[in-house]
Design a protein around this ligand. Structure first.
Ligand SMILES: O=C(O)CCC(=O)C(=O)O
Ligand SMILES: [Fe+2]
Length: 331
């Protein structure tokens, strides 16, 4: 299964015809794989470099410094730092569990989450004393991801032949979340034992997720031609501008009544270590932007996707209700 890399400039700078071409290609990639990859996506390479520098510095702060902004597990949107083991993605899919509750099937990762800067309902937590520059950078980067995500929604509206604004209008005001992740070094044997993974197979909750990974590798998506097997999403080749990986998430699946289904993904052993039975995986860093519908928006199927042949598969509910229902499973 080949995931083609698409040139997003065809949409942002192209003619009407080119925009339609890109909209169609993007929609096809999402329909076939639940994933797409973009170059010329509008997030400059120097910003991505700085993002990785920032997250490395943040995660290397002392435990004490990070604990000042620890996220208290709750069904509410996540804010601040989550220690290793706080979240168990294994619980999101029955296939992972094999009869276990999932409590011991842990994720070997720590992460930091923030929401929109003007979110007074679920305010952000920043390491103001210990790393004052983090907040300003992350807030700017958040805005950039939100802008690119809205452009991707416009392209998807074209590809799905939806009226203009059908998706975009559901995402303003923003309720997205930005997460940076650190996977500490781990032995290959530990992963092969089967109780611990960097991230267990899961789908994300929002509409789409924008992802950048470092050069270590390990991200994999489910190969829909062979369900239950995974194919690597390789890191960008050295010297090339970072590719943006996009996955379709649960809310998009609900809105389109399964016309486009969410991409199952995991973080496993990097492709080049396959066949190795011992050794240590190095630190891995990644950044994910969970692009979400605004909280009061109905995330039931859009009328365009309900017909006699394709009856409604999901109940109406608000994006926030759906979010809380999903985060409850994680803790
Ligand atoms: O680190 C990655 O590449 C993926 C992380 C992920 O899937 C998530 O946090 O939802
Ligand atoms: Fe994910």
């Amino acid at each position: 299964m080949a995931l083609e890399t698409l040139n997003f400039e065809l949409f942002t700078k192209g003619s009407d015809e080119e925009q339609k071409q890109l909209g169609d290609a993007l929609t096809k990639s999402f329909e076939n794989h639940g994933f797409a990859k973009l170059i010329n996506h509008g997030i400059p390479s120097d910003i991505v470099d700085e993002l990785f520098k920032m997250m490395k510095k943040f995660f290397s702060l002392s435990r004490e410094a990070k604990e000042k902004i620890v996220h208290e597990p709750s069904p509410n949107p996540q804010r601040g730092w989550s220690r290793k083991g706080a979240e168990t993605t294994s619980k999101l899919r029955k296939d992972n569990l094999n009869g276990s509750t999932g409590d011991e099937l842990t994720d070997e990762k720590e992460h930091f989450d923030c929401g929109p800067h003007d979110d007074f309902e679920f305010p952000n937590l920043w390491p103001t004393e210990d790393m004052p520059e983090f907040q300003g950078f992350m807030e700017k980067y958040f805005e950039l991801c939100q802008k690119v995500s809205l452009q991707i929604m416009q392209a998807l509206e074209l590809g799905l032949r939806l009226p203009k604004g059908a998706l975009v209008s559901r995402c303003i005001p923003a309720a997205s979340e930005l997460r940076v992740l650190h996977y500490p070094p781990v032995n290959i044997e530990t992963i092969m034992d089967g109780k611990i993974k960097r991230t267990w197979p899961h789908t994300d909750f929002g509409i789409i997720t924008l992802l950048f990974q470092d050069s270590v590798g390990g991200l994999e998506l489910e190969d829909r031609t062979k369900p239950g097997t995974f194919a690597p999403v390789l890191p960008t080749k050295k010297g090339q501008s970072p590719e943006l990986v996009i996955n379709i998430s649960d809310t998009c699946q609900r809105l389109t009544n399964d016309r486009i289904t969410a991409g199952v993904h995991q973080v496993s052993l990097p492709f080049h270590t396959r066949g190795q039975t011992s050794g240590e995986l190095p630190h891995r860093y990644s950044s994910v932007f969970f692009f979400k519908a605004s909280r009061e928006t109905n995330v039931g199927p859009l009328p365009q996707f309900i017909s006699e042949k394709t009856p409604r598969l999901y109940e109406d509910m608000t994006a926030l209700q759906f979010h809380k229902q999903m985060t409850k499973i994680l803790y």
